[in-house]
Ligand binder design. Structure first.
Ligand code: CU
Length: 529
């Protein structure tokens, strides 16, 4: 403003500096605006991907083919996966990063605000490419979200749309990661050493490095598909001297770390929420940092556990099996720390805490079924069955989505200055957790009984569990409409949020002060060093 005033034409520049209406959102460089856009975008994608899940579960409600063609069914499973992973979950946590990281470390904004704007605005065109791929000749991609060859090299132009969408999404993620790393390493307030940062910042710092390491690998893999499709290469074509299994290796070298790209920021949110509602600092902060880093490093050396059935040598299976089981160790450290944080805490169970505990319970279940799948001898029996589908939905939905909901309810008072309706929040939680389990728990049984995934029809003996699963899915989907209602109601007419909405449990403070607050505390606070 000062600079403008000295030039003596403030009234001319006002409009250019503060665009109004839609242009405010198009041109914004403010981390809070951009965080808000990420979060609404991800919710919109949750609805799009959820609609596709509706189509899938409607078709599977009965045996036989009723509603869609097998081709369209496969397009639905593919786009449901791509849209949920890249459109819904990842942007949600980037939204949290945008909102929280600058405030948590005392930075005025992200390090590269204009690049931040660009990172976000690459997402809508990518989402559009994925959606309009359904309407080109041959329809959308139908090779699964993993885009396995030779399917991916043979199908229609819908696959090219997906490849370009992945390119855009990758660019967005890489720029977002550069921004997060630079912000955390360069813009911390004096005194905010790395080991004093709130856990959420640590999880994003580690995740950003993971993203920079593996997004180019995915971009390379899909570009090789692109050149195999159109430019006469044969990277993955055995007839030309290539190898389709090579694609799986490259894809999963990205794909397994990707699981942790989703899970680690979720761990970060949970590590903020549980201490706040336990009125205790996070137990084992240092071990939490090192456990998170260990998980990230281990995530690079386990990829072929997705490929036990391609015909790899037994020694290879054994290596990938033991390496995978090793990840249970740092994960166990984290779960132990969360439980120890709650131990003897002055617990209260508002909506964010309910979602955090729901996360803890169900993510651990998903971890256990992952451990089951890590055993090569077991995996070859249930490979490509609904057991796998059940497993990763416990990790992705009960893990990432529950954590995102915990974060939204936890930080909404800070973001909007308004409290949400606690009763409705609790309804949202209970409907979500019940319908989630109705949908996905029975899929373990379907998988163990041998029902293959990505097939629109099934043998009659699978009917009952599929009916249950579909009813759960419809209930789960409809329950999610509560979330925008609760958020908009809070913004429009919510009670004014107090300075510290969770009774003294402020995210910043909780990482630094080893003492619990006076409220609810049964213990003598430990002495501050
Ligand atoms: Cu994996």
């Amino acid at each position: 403003m000062d600079a403008v005033r000295t030039h003596g034409h403030a009234h001319h520049d006002d409009h250019a500096h503060h665009p109004g209406g839609i242009m405010r959102w198009v041109m914004t460089t403010n981390h809070k605006d951009i965080g808000t856009m990420y979060l609404w975008f991800s919710f919109a994608m949750l609805l799009v991907g959820g609609t596709m899940a509706f189509v899938i579960r409607a078709e599977l409600f009965q045996p036989g083919l009723q509603i869609v063609t097998p081709e369209f069914f496969n397009q639905m499973t593919t786009l449901h996966g791509l849209i949920m992973v890249f459109g819904a979950i990842m942007p949600a946590f980037v939204g949290f990063a945008n909102w929280q990281i600058p405030m948590m470390i005392g930075a005025p904004d992200m390090a590269f605000p204009r690049m931040n704007n660009w990172s976000f605005w690459l997402l809508p065109p990518a989402a559009l490419l994925l959606i309009i791929s359904l309407f080109v000749p041959g329809g959308g991609p139908a090779a699964g979200w993993t885009m396995y060859v030779p399917l991916a090299t043979q199908m229609g132009p819908g696959m090219d749309f997906s490849i370009f969408a992945v390119h855009l999404l990758g660019m967005s993620s890489i720029m977002g990661s550069i921004n997060i790393i630079t912000t955390i390493l360069n813009l911390r307030a004096p005194g905010m050493t790395l080991m004093k940062m709130p856990m959420f910042c640590w999880t994003w710092l580690i995740t950003a490095y993971l993203l920079i390491a593996v997004m180019p690998v995915l971009a390379g893999a899909v570009t090789m598909i692109l050149t195999d499709r159109h430019f006469g290469t044969a990277f993955f074509n055995a007839a030309g001297g290539g190898d389709p299994v090579l694609y799986q290796h490259i894809f999963w070298f990205f794909g397994h770390p990707e699981v942790y790209i989703i899970a680690i920021p979720a761990f970060g949110v949970i590590s903020q929420v549980i201490p706040a509602f336990s009125r205790k600092p996070l137990f084992g902060y240092t071990s939490m940092v090192y456990a998170t880093a260990s998980i990230a490093i281990l995530s690079f050396i386990v990829w072929a556990h997705h490929m036990y059935t391609v015909g790899m040598p037994v020694t290879g299976q054994l290596y990938f099996m033991y390496a995978t089981m090793l990840i249970a160790v740092p994960t166990g450290v984290k779960v132990f720390n969360w439980v120890a944080t709650m131990w003897k805490g002055s617990l209260t169970f508002e909506t964010p805490m309910l979602f955090a505990i729901g996360f803890l319970f169900l993510f651990t279940l998903g971890g256990f079924s992952g451990l089951v799948l890590s055993l090569a001898a077991v995996d070859v029996q249930v490979h490509d069955t609904y057991y796998v589908v059940a497993h990763f939905h416990y990790v992705m939905v009960a893990g990432a989505l529950f954590s995102a909901f915990a974060g939204v309810y936890f930080w909404l008072p800070k973001w909007t200055g308004r409290m949400y309706d606690e009763t409705l929040g609790k309804w949202h939680f209970w409907l979500t957790i019940i319908f989630f389990n109705v949908t996905f728990f029975v899929q373990h049984f379907l998988g163990l009984a041998g029902m293959p995934r990505r097939v629109p029809d099934y043998a009659l003996q699978f009917t009952e569990f599929n009916v249950i699963s579909s009813i759960g899915a419809f209930g789960f989907g409809v329950s999610q409409l509560l979330l925008p209602y609760i958020v908009i109601k809070a913004i429009r007419s919510g009670e004014k949020a107090p300075q510290r909405p969770w009774e003294g449990a402020d995210t910043l403070e909780w990482t630094h002060l080893p003492s619990p607050p006076p409220y609810h505390s049964f213990q003598t606070p430990p002495v501050v060093k």
